[in-house]
Structures are given as structure tokens and as C-alpha cells.
Design a protein around this ligand. Sequence first.
Ligand SMILES: Cc1cn([C@H]2C[C@H](O)[C@@H](COP(=O)(O)OP(=O)(O)O[C@H]3O[C@@H](C)C(=O)[C@@H](O)[C@H]3O)O2)c(=O)[nH]c1=O
Length: 198
Amino acid sequence: MQVREMSIAGVFEFSPQLFGDSRGLFAAPFQDEVFAKAVGHPLRLGQTNHSVSKRGTIRGVHFADTPPGQAKYVYCPRGSLMDIVVDVRVGSPTFGQWEAVTLDSRDYRALYIPEGLGHAFVALEDDTAMSYFCSTGYNPSGEHGITPMDESLRLPWPTDIDPILSEKDTKAPTLAEAEAAGLLPTYEACLAHYATLL
Ligand SMILES: Cc1cn([C@H]2C[C@H](O)[C@@H](COP(=O)(O)OP(=O)(O)O[C@H]3O[C@@H](C)C(=O)[C@@H](O)[C@H]3O)O2)c(=O)[nH]c1=O
């Protein structure tokens, strides 16, 4: 398993070894020991999620109130998608910055998104599945979003798709509006929370 820390500190990409043979393929997209060594603590598991999306579907940008927030370990078991992490933690040195990674069912790369960060993706093929290991269960009242079309973020959505968004994501505020409304997590609170996980 190869591990790469992304430009937003604490976000990691994991690339598992692929074992092909005459039957097909084997891969282990999540490995506890590798994860804990890279991130500094084990992954807590509160819920697993699975979604299926048509090509052009954009989900996000979603984040949860931190603490406790919801950390996510995600990979794509079918199809392909572009995954995006956005730093929405007020006071973070990388506030407003994002990073995009292609996840697909060829490489089975995974991404770890710690609590407090925004997460979004676009399905690049029909019937694209997304798999999540989440650190906590669902807390609808603590879930928030910013619009994936926020012009100040300039997220790199492909130009050759017809975007499909949920009503909630269509109506979501911009990053600036969410900050003004006090909806964003603070970097300070996130760091304090991460310290409790060590
Ligand atoms: C996220 C979630 C949704 N739901 C329900 C609520 C709703 O009726 C339906 C679809 O929910 P959403 O529209 O929020 O689904 P979706 O837009 O796919 O939300 C997801 O987006 C990506 C980017 C993430 O990072 C995830 O954590 C999650 O927020 O599923 C649950 O019951 N439990 C959950 O944990």
C-alpha cells in the first residue's frame, strides 16, 4: 500500500497493491495498520455508506459540525469519480483550498478526509458506486453543505457533463455565506478534536 499526504495536511491518499490472476483481481483498499501509522490513530467506524450515481452527478460539498464531525475513508468500488476535499475550517492555513483525486475501480485508491473538511465528488460514469467508512453515525442536524458551484472555489468540475445535483446542494450557500452564518467549523476546534483521537 502506498500512502501520500496531500497538500491539505491530514488528508491522505492510499493506493493498494493490486493482485491480478486468471480469476480476476484482489485488493485491500483499507488496511488498519497502514492507516494508523500514516494518520496517527486508528479509524473509528460508526457507519458505512454506499451510494450509486449517474454520470454527471455532483454530491457535496458536505461537512459536519466538529466536534465530533465525521471523518470519511472513501473509495470507488465501481465506475470512476473525481473526489474533492475542500478545507472549510476557519483559521486553517489552507482555508478555501481544495484537492482533487480520481478514484476508480481500476486502481481502488482511497482517500481519508478528517473531521471538519468538506467533501464532494462527481461521477464520471453511469452506475458509479462510492463506498465510505465513516467515523460516526449520521447526524442530520449537524450536517451542512456549501454549493459545489461556488465561484470563489473554482472546483474543477468537468466541462463535458450535465451536472445533476440534489435540491439541497443546489440551494446550499457559498463558502463566504456559510462563514458569515457561522456554519463552518473552526480550525482550532478541529485541532482540539484531532488531539483527542491520538
Ligand atoms: C448521508 C446520509 C444520508 N441519509 C439519507 C438522507 C437522504 O434522504 C438520503 C440522501 O442523502 P444526501 O442527499 O445527503 O446524500 P449525499 O448527497 O450522497 O450525501 C453524501 O455526500 C457526500 C459528498 C459525503 O461526503 C457524504 O458524507 C454524504 O454527505 O439519504 C441517511 O439516512 N444517512 C446518511 O448518513
